[in-house]
Design a protein around this ligand. Sequence first.
Ligand SMILES: NC(=O)c1ccc[n+]([C@@H]2O[C@H](COP(=O)([O-])OP(=O)(O)OC[C@H]3O[C@@H](n4cnc5c(N)ncnc54)[C@H](OP(=O)(O)O)[C@@H]3O)[C@@H](O)[C@H]2O)c1
Length: 294
Amino acid sequence: MQKILILGKQGQIAWELQMTLASLGHVTVLGSQQLDLASPDAIRAQVRSIQPDIIVNAAAYTAVDKAESESELCLSINAIAPGILAELARESQSLLVHYSTDYVFDGTNTSPYRETDATNPLSVYGASKLAGEQAIIQADCPHLILRTTWVYGNRGKNFLLTILRLAAEKTELKIVADQIGSPTWSRSIAEATAQIIAQCHDDRSSLRGLYNLSAAGTTSWHGFASEIVDRYRSINPDLDLSIEQILPIPATDYPTPAQRPANSVLDNSKLLADFGVQLPDWKLSLAQCMQKSG
Ligand SMILES: NC(=O)c1ccc[n+]([C@@H]2O[C@H](COP(=O)([O-])OP(=O)(O)OC[C@H]3O[C@@H](n4cnc5c(N)ncnc54)[C@H](OP(=O)(O)O)[C@@H]3O)[C@@H](O)[C@H]2O)c1
């Protein structure tokens, strides 16, 4: 039975991976308490002792705004650690599956981003994730890099849970309407990852690939927030929220330490062509996710 190591234990995607990858092998899951990715020696020691056939790295420094003032820590987790994982994967010819982000782009494209489009990160976080991708590609280990975007789910820190909390506390919200993307459920990502890995059972040694992996359809943060509130009210007709209106605002009215791309939409056609994998429309997945949380 193949050994699968998942990193990021408590994270949105890693949490779901623990369920979706269970049928594909013997799964070991490590969080930051068991393995600090800021410690290269600890990474080498732990991974060599586990001897995984597949490493799925869903751990990352994801505090996008805080990263602007913690660039060293962010780089060590998002750039140096993936490089070490890649070295180890090359050494043992295991497969490294790694997640990246649309924040490697500057968002000035007027159409969905393809894997081959030029990168130009606007933030420390985006630059660190790009450096992580490059370290993996340079190490030339068997790898799949999966770029995703606007991740939410029923646990962790995410836009869905933030909007539900604010909509219960406030009567009015102002939400950015000129940044577009595809809200992507962590469970859809984990299910797609399992479908992809299941197709990589033969000779993995020559596997190299960078893929976009996001939900179908697009919206703005304002559209996402409005849909969350509408969906909540349709699922819970007896439990009302205090929110009365959600006003659209430009990103310039909501300044943050880190700049975000105006266009975060990814073109997923390569993933469909090579693996036959396609994520559902964002509204459908949002409805399923919210139904599950009650
Ligand atoms: N969230 C998004 O909107 C989004 C969008 C595009 C791409 N992505 C990418 O998708 C992947 C997963 O994101 P996510 O949203 O699931 O992340 P998340 O919920 O923020 O979880 C990240 C995980 O990384 C772990 N981690 C942080 N520092 C660590 C360290 N020093 N050592 C070991 N583990 C550490 C955390 O562990 P602890 O909980 O133990 O601290 C946490 O469980 C990441 O590569 C991210 O860049 C995310």
